[in-house]
Design a protein around this ligand. Structure first.
Ligand code: GDP
Ligand code: MG
Length: 474
C-alpha cells in the first residue's frame, strides 16, 4: 500500500466511524471555466430577454443583459452552486471543490497537468469515494483520469442520469433511464473490464479468443436489446390502459421547479404539516410520494420531482421527460421558485418552456415563491404584489411559514372534486356515516335532538354526495 493509499484508507475509516449510518459517498467536485470560448447566451437567457422585451419592461431587459448575457462570473458561480446541489441530490457529500480557469479543454485529461496533480492530492487526502466533473468527458479523458485518480470518476451526464434513476417512478421511466445509462457506458467501457466481469461471466459466456472488453461490450449490447424490448412491451400495455382510464382515487399534486428552488425541503415541510398515519406505508415504498391531508380533510398524494437543470445534455432530454410522467398525471402543479435567486426570471422561463412541452395544458398551477425568509420586506412586497394572474403564495419551507396558506390554495385548486358545504340530519345509529363525514370533511357545530344529529359539513362534493340521503333539504 502506498503512502497516499494508506492516508486515504485512514481517512475513510475515520469517516465510517463518524457517519456510521450514513450511506453517503464523499465527492471531490471539479469545475472548469473555459475562458477561451466566449460564453454565448444560453437559449433560455435569450428567451428570458425576449419575454422581458415583449412586456417592454426596460428594467428587466437590462437585468437580463447584465446578469445573464455578459456575465461570465455570475454565470460560473451560479452553475457551480447548481453543480454542488446536483451532487447532493445524487446522495454525495461534497468533500472539496476544485476550480480551474483555462483557455480550452485538454484533450487527454480535460484539466491541465498541474491541476490534475492537485485533484489527485485532494482526492487522496480527503479519502473521497469519487471525483465528479461538471463537464462531459470523452472516453479517452475518462480512461486517463481513472488511471490517475484513486477513486471512481463520474462526469456530468452520468451524475444527472444517476439522479434521474432515483426519480424515475414508473416502469417506463426506469427503463428509459437505464437505456440512456447503458448507451452512455458503451463507448466508455475500456478500463472497467474487471468490474463488469465480476457481475456475470460464467463458463460459456466468453467466446474463444474474445477479450474481456469484447465480452463486456457484448453483455451491454444484450442488455440494451433486452431493455428496448421491455420498453416496447410496457408502452404497448400503457396505450391499452389509457383507453379505459382508471380513476385515480387520490389526486396527485406535483412539485415542479428548478433545481435548488427548495422542492424537497417544501415536500418535507408539507408532509410533516399534514402527515397521515397511513402515510408511513407510502414513505417506505417511495420516498418521493407521500400522502397528506389538506385543511378540508381531503387527501392528496404529494409528489417531489427531479429539478430542472441548466445546460441539460442533449442526450438526456428523453430520460428527463421520463422522470416527469408524474407531472402529467398530476391534477395540480406547484411551481416552486427560489425568490432569492438572481436567476429567478431565467429559471421561470426554462421551467415553463419544459412544462409547455409536456401534456399539462389546463392544469392549475400554483406559484410558490419560496425562501422569502431571505428577502427584505420591500422585495417581498414587490415580488408577491407584482405577481399577476396565477395564484401565488409566498412561503419559506425552511422556517415553515406560509404553509397553511399554501395548503388552502391547493384545496381551492382541486377542481375535479370541489369543496362544497351541506347540512346533514343523521340518526345517531348511523355511526359509520358520521365517522366517514368526520374523517373526510370539516364539521361545524353539532346539535342533537332526540336521537338525531344535525351538523354542517364542508368537504369534497363526492363525499357529501355519497351521504345525500341524510342531507337536509332547504
Ligand atoms: P430542490 O433541489 O428544489 O429539491 O431544493 P432543496 O429542497 O434541496 O433545497 C435547496 C437548498 O435551499 C437547501 O440548501 C435548502 O436548505 C435551501 N432552502 C430550501 N427552502 C428554503 C427556504 O425557504 N429558505 C432558505 N433560506 N433556504 C431554503
Ligand atoms: Mg430535490
Amino acid at each position: 500500500m502506498s503512502l497516499v493509499e494508506a492516508q486515504a484508507e485512514a481517512s475513510r475509516a475515520a469517516r465510517t466511524l463518524t457517519h456510521a449510518n450514513a450511506r453517503q459517498e464523499f465527492a471531490v467536485l471539479v469545475a472548469v471555466e473555459f475562458t477561451g470560448q466566449r460564453r454565448r447566451l444560453t437559449a433560455a437567457a435569450k428567451l428570458a430577454r425576449d419575454a422581458a422585451a415583449m412586456r417592454s419592461e426596460a428594467a428587466e431587459v437590462s437585468w437580463a443583459a447584465t446578469h445573464v448575457g455578459a456575465g461570465g462570473d455570475l454565470d460560473f458561480a451560479a452553475s457551480l452552486t447548481e453543480f454542488e446541489e446536483l451532487a447532493r441530490s445524487a446522495g454525495a457529500e461534497v468533500a472539496a471543490t476544485v476550480v480551474q480557469r483555462r483557455a480550452k479543454p485538454d484533450p487527454a485529461t480535460l484539466v491541465g497537468h498541474g491541476k490534475l496533480d492537485e485533484i489527485v492530492g485532494v482526492a487522496a487526502s480527503s479519502g473521497a469515494d469519487l471525483v465528479l466533473f461538471d463537464h462531459d468527458l470523452t472516453p479517452t479523458q475518462l480512461r486517463n483520469l481513472e488511471e490517475r485518480l484513486p477513486c471512481r470518476v463520474i462526469d456530468r451526464t452520468q451524475l444527472i442520469l444517476d439522479i434521474f434513476a432515483r426519480h424515475a417512478r414508473t416502469r417506463e421511466g426506469q427503463l428509459q433511464v437505464e437505456l440512456a445509462q447503458l448507451e452512455y457506458q458503451l463507448p466508455r467501457l475500456a478500463g472497467r473490464g474487471k468490474a463488469m466481469s465480476q457481475l456475470g461471466g460464467g463458463i460459456g459466456t466468453r467466446g474463444p479468443g474474445e477479450t474481456q472488453l469484447e465480452t463486456d461490450r457484448r453483455k451491454i449490447n444484450l442488455r440494451i436489446d433486452h431493455v428496448k424490448e421491455q420498453l416496447e412491451a410496457v408502452r404497448r400495455i400503457r396505450r391499452q390502459q389509457r383507453q379505459r382510464r382508471e380513476a385515480v382515487p387520490v389526486p396527485v399534486v406535483a412539485l415542479v421547479g428548478y433545481t435548488n428552488a427548495g422542492k424537497s425541503t417544501l415536500f418535507n415541510a408539507l408532509t410533516e404539516a399534514g402527515v397521515l398515519e397511513s402515510a408511513r406505508m407510502f414513505a417506505t415504498l417511495d420516498p418521493k410520494l407521500k400522502q397528506l391531508q389538506l385543511p378540508s380533510r381531503r387527501k392528496i398524494l404529494l409528489s417531489d420531482t427531479v429539478g430542472f437543470i441548466r445546460n441539460l445534455p442533449h442526450t438526456l432530454v428523453t430520460s428527463f421527460r421520463a422522470t416527469l410522467e408524474e407531472v402529467e398525471r398530476a391534477e395540480v402543479l406547484l411551481h416552486v421558485r427560489d425568490a432569492s435567486s438572481a436567476m429567478l426570471d431565467e429559471q421561470k422561463v426554462q421551467v415553463e418552456k419544459v412544462l409547455g412541452e409536456l401534456d399539462v395544458r389546463g392544469k392549475p398551477v400554483i406559484e410558490v415563491l419560496n425562501k422569502v425568509d431571505l428577502l427584505s420586506e420591500s422585495e417581498r412586497v414587490r415580488l408577491v404584489g407584482g405577481a399577476s394572474g396565477a395564484a401565488t403564495v409566498a412561503v419559506s419551507a425552511l422556517t415553515k411559514t406560509g404553509l397553511d396558506r399554501l395548503l388552502a390554495a391547493i384545496d381551492e385548486a382541486l377542481v375535479a372534486d370541489p369543496l362544497v358545504e351541506a347540512r346533514f340530519r343523521l340518526p345517531q345509529s348511523e355511526g359509520a356515516a358520521l365517522a366517514a363525514l368526520e374523517a373526510g370533511a370539516v364539521l361545524g357545530k353539532k346539535s342533537f335532538a332526540g336521537n338525531v344529529v344535525y351538523l354542517t359539513a364542508r368537504g369534497p362534493a363526492s363525499l357529501l354526495e355519497r351521504y345525500r340521503r341524510f342531507r337536509e333539504r332547504g
